[in-house]
Design a protein around this ligand. Structure first.
Ligand SMILES: *Cc1c(COP(=O)(O)O)cnc(C)c1O
Length: 387
């Protein structure tokens, strides 16, 4: 197993002699591949997930990315999907059948929740959401038909953690397969497989790509698990990435280390500033000593990434809006993990969808991007004065 991050990001799997010796691997923008003889074609048809035949199953540009993602997550193999949601859905669906039961951390990513509540429920798969801050809650929810645990540590809005080693140990006792959505940490700051988790998923849209110009997802795990997902859900649901997006993602990976450490350094400064400000009632960020699971965070995560949520000391929604509308460097947008700092006010997303109605209107999620942290703090200070 290769464990030199900069080598993985910059060289692993690039096999340059098969790409005209180009320094940057070419984008193999082809949907299908040709063979000189019938016999040659026959020899690859059985191997369509390992050899170029048709790009839904195998594409040389995507294949480089698979090797890099697997190595980064200390996994045997990985798959790349056209979105993070597709990656999570395919991985979960691959391990459950009608009559099975899934235990999932409460408040997971919104479309992970929909996968369980609205999609899998229609096919007879049950679920229970648990408070994951105590791993024993997973054990207490195990039923004879439980086959799958979903973790997301921390989640990307309120930042509760699960003790991944403890959850994985409970799962192993009951022969249950585990998945962790590791998007917040990227593979650089947390490796769930080292803690005993079976499958790791990421929205590659976020830190892995890092430039806000691609939507993609990945799943990494044991070779037999990945092969199973690939031969069933990946090939039938067909959420394959385009070679061009895979190439952009590879370009984004070149700077993953630089971007992640910059974002984490700046987030620490921003979080400390916000925690000390009278107009900020609470900062949810696992890097702060005040976070209720700070010790666990330090135990299982290498560093704390640049996403946090604040609760403003604001009298009404108008006060929250004055803060948000006056922030100049934090763009009002969903998503995160790119170069640009973002803000995501909960009060903009409450409403008819019924999502987030349990969250206080004073919450604003902030993503700390690559701008000068001094500039970001000055901007926050002037906007807080407008509340
Ligand atoms: C964005 C996100 C997803 C979904 O990924 P897409 O690439 O948008 O489909 C899943 N989990 C987390 C934690 C995310 O932030």
């Amino acid at each position: 197993m290769v464990d030199d991050t900069s080598f993985i990001l910059n060289h692993l799997g690039e096999d340059r002699q098969h790409g005209y010796d180009a320094v940057v691997p070419p984008i193999v923008q082809s949907g299908n591949f040709t063979y000189p003889t019938v016999a040659a074609m026959r020899s690859v048809v059985q191997l369509e997930m390992d050899r170029p035949l048709y790009t839904r199953g195998f594409n040389p540009t995507v294949a480089i990315l698979r090797k890099k993602i697997a190595a980064l997550e200390h996994a045997e193999d990985a798959l790349v999907f056209s979105s993070g949601s597709a990656a999570i859905a395919a991985a979960v669906m691959s391990f459950v059948k009608a009559g099975d039961h899934i235990v999932c951390v409460h408040k997971p990513y919104s479309w992970t929740k929909k996968l369980l509540v609205e999609l899998l429920a229609r096919f007879g798969v049950e679920h229970t959401f648990v408070d994951g801050t105590d791993a024993e809650n997973y054990r207490k929810s195990v039923k004879p038909n439980t086959t799958f645990f979903i973790t997301e540590s921390p989640n990307s809005l309120t930042f509760e953690l699960q003790d991944l080693a403890a959850v994985a140990a409970i799962a192993r006792e009951h022969n249950i397969t585990t998945l962790c959505d590791n998007s917040f940490n990227s593979p650089l700051f947390q490796n769930p497989i080292d803690l005993g988790i079976d499958l790791v998923a990421h929205s590659a849209t976020k830190y892995l790509n890092g430039h806000s110009d691609v939507v993609a997802g990945v799943v990494a795990g044991r070779a037999d698990h990945i092969r199973q997902i690939m031969s069933k859900e990946f090939m039938t649901l067909g959420a394959a990435p385009s070679p061009h997006d895979a190439w952009l993602l590879m370009r984004g990976l070149r700077t993953l280390e630089l971007r992640l450490h910059r974002s984490a350094d700046s987030a620490a400064q921003v979080a400390r500033f916000l925690e000390g400000h009278p107009k900020v009632a609470r900062v949810h960020w696992p890097g702060l000593e005040s976070h209720p699971q700070h010790q666990l965070a330090r135990k299982q995560m290498k560093r704390m990434a640049g996403l946090m949520t604040i609760e403003l000391d604001a009298p009404d929604e108008a006060g929250v809006e004055r803060f948000c509308d006056n922030l100049k460097t934090f763009l009002i947008a969903v998503s995160w993990g790119g170069y640009e700092s973002l803000q995501w006010p909960v009060c903009a997303l409450k409403g008819p969808s019924g999502y987030y109605t349990d969250l206080p209107f004073t919450m604003v999620r902030l993503y700390v991007g690559l701008e000068d942290p001094e500039t970001l703090i000055a901007d926050l200070r002037q906007a807080l004065d407008r509340i």
